[in-house]
Each structure stands twice: as C-alpha cells, then as structure tokens.
Write a protein that binds this ligand. Structure first.
Ligand code: UDP
Length: 315
C-alpha cells in the first residue's frame, strides 16, 4: 500500500507530538504544522532527522494549500491559562483555523479529523456525558473563547460534511495526560506533579471535590487513529477515560506516587470550573472496534512523574 501523507496541525504540541510519533512509526509520511505558540521543538526533536517527517512553521489562522490524504486538526491552545491569555486569538484559531483546514480538505479531498473537546459540554448537567447532550456553556464566561470556539468548529465541520461532502470526523477529547505535558501550563496533572517533585504545596482549587477523568495519551492517540479510519461519519465521538477522580484524590495519589511530603492546600476555585466530568464512551466502543483506554491512572502518572523528574533534573 502506498504510504499516506498526513498533516498534523498542532503537531509539536502535547497530543500532536505523540500522534506524529505513532504515525511515523507506522510508516506514514507526516507533515507537522505548528506556529510554536504552545507547541515546542523539544517535543518533536527526536523525529527531526526522520526521512518521512517534516515540520512547517505556519499559523492555521492563515489560509494555505497542501496536498495530503489525511488531516488531524489539533492546533489550538488547550489549557485554560494559555487559551485565556489571548481570548480573541483563541476564537480565531478555533474558528478560522478549522475553516482553513476544511477548505484544504475540500480542495484536495483529504479526510479531516478535528480535535474538539469535552468543554463543548461546559459545566454539564448530565452525567456521564453522552454525545447527544447539548451542553451547558456560559457564552460570555472566561472559558467561552475556547468552548464556543470549539462548538463553532464542530458546526463548521458538520456543515462542510453536509454541504460539500467533505469527509470529517469529530473527536471530543476529554482530559488527557502523559509525558511532555508542559510545566507551567496550569493543568492539574502537570501542576501537582511539579509541585510534588519540588516539595512545594499542591494547590487544590476549591474543596477538591470537582471531578475529571484522565486518559493516558497513547490511549487517546489510538482512539484518534481508529476514528480517522472508521466509517462512522461526522457524528462526534467522545474519547476519554471513563474513570472519574476528584482533584483532592488526584493530589493525594500524585503525592504518594512521587514519594513527596508536600502539603496539600486549598486555593479559590476559578470561575465556571466544571463540577463533574466523565465521558460515556459507548459510542467509541461500538464504532471504533471496541476501543477503550487501557492504561490505569497509577501507571500513567508514574510515567509522567518520571518524565518530569528527568526534565527538572536537566534544568
Ligand atoms: N486544578 C486544581 N489545581 C491546579 C490546577 C487545576 O485543583 O493547580 C483543578 C481545576 O480547577 C479543575 C481541574 O483541576 O477543576 C482540572 O483542571 P485543568 O486546568 O487541568 O483542566 P480543565 O479544567 O480544562 O478540565
């Protein structure tokens, strides 16, 4: 079979770099596109000399042309600290960036997978979240630039699918973690791990009873690839780990796994912080050949702790 040419936008980010690595390992030709706003060269350094891997510095907000077979469209700042820094730019990236990639797909006939988010459910009133739940999003809150941007991206993708027959797949990505998380991006796993390793206080927001469900990055990448290959159509699919953890429980677990004696402290909860989040992955199981996450939280956190240990030691 001829090698596929695959574009990964946001390819040097956390998720993108793991996806590029896997696609290259499976003998595809990979074009990694990034503006390096939150992505980093260090994430893809090990792939740089590979004959089937190339890097394009480009911002998806700008139109482009390229001939590829598949596009994984991941480019967008994704952690609250990053996406709230320049909310207008976040909206433009989500909306104009997706529009530009849909146009590329339409022009060259590529299949396009867009990375949407569990944030389309906002602060959900339905638990666990199924794909047919419409969500509870504050349209003018601090998270709206990301949430509404991604909701619009989904609307665009579906409209292109129906109106122009572009082949799109929509993944609703729930909280994902793994090696290469960025220090200082404000995400809970990277914050707690770095704090535990440095002997600093672990900063639990609020009472810590809010929940998230954490999926290890390699499980997520497998889900992406199965979704891209599936004949499921444009209906969104949740990709995440259906095992729910409180943030206080996570803090205690990370402290134990890191052999840390850090204190756990409580600081104010950010506005509009979702109370509970957990994916219903029935659809993914059904349509993606029985896909489900296989890496348990303790094992995945062990790998993250080891990764940060090495990076902090090298500082
Ligand atoms: N959180 C926390 N301490 C931190 C960072 C985050 O307790 O140092 C909480 C945050 O308020 C939220 C959860 O952890 O309830 C997940 O936050 P994150 O930013 O990682 O992801 P998101 O809110 O986008 O799911």
């Amino acid at each position: 079979m001829a090698r596929l040419r695959i574009l990964v936008t946001g390819g040097s980010g956390f998720l993108g770099s793991h996806l590029c690595e896997r696609l290259v390992a499976e003998d595809n030709e990979v074009v990694c596109l990034d503006n390096f706003y939150t992505g980093s060269r260090a994430n893809i350094e090990h792939l740089l000399g590979h004959p089937h891997f190339e890097v394009l510095r480009h911002d998806v907000q700008q139109a482009m042309t390229i001939e590829v077979d598949q596009i994984y469209h991941l480019a967008c700042p994704a952690s609250p600290v990053h996406y709230q820094r320049n909310p207008v730019r976040t909206i433009r990236t989500a909306v104009e960036g997706t529009l530009n990639m849909l146009d590329v797909a339409r022009e060259c006939g590529a299949r396009l997978l867009i990375a949407s988010t569990s944030e389309v459910y906002g602060d959900p009133t339905v638990h666990p979240q199924t794909e047919d739940y419409w969500g509870n999003v504050n349209p003018i809150g601090p998270r709206s630039c990301y949430d509404e941007g991604k909701r619009c991206a989904e609307a665009l993708a579906v409209s292109y699918a129906i109106q122009y027959d572009v082949v799109v797949r929509i993944a609703r990505v729930f909280n994902t973690y793994g090696p290469r998380l960025r220090e200082g991006d404000g995400r809970v796993v990277s914050n707690f791990v770095v704090q535990a390793l440095r002997g600093q206080e672990l900063t639990v927001h609020g009472d810590g009873q809010q929940t998230r469900s954490f999926c290890y990055v390699t499980d997520l990448v497998e889900g992406f690839m199965r979704l891209m290959a599936s004949e499921h159509g444009w209906g969104p699919i949740n990709l995440g780990n259906p095992s729910e953890t409180t943030m206080l429980g996570l803090a205690r677990l990370i402290r134990r796994l890191a052999d840390s004696h850090s204190e756990i402290v409580h600081i104010p909860l950010p506005k509009d912080d979702p109370v509970r989040r957990m994916p219903d992955i029935t659809r993914a199981r059904q349509h993606l050949g029985g896909w489900e996450p296989s890496v348990p939280l303790e094992q995945g956190l062990g790998a993250v702790i080891e990764d940060f240990r090495q990076r902090l030691a090298a500082e």
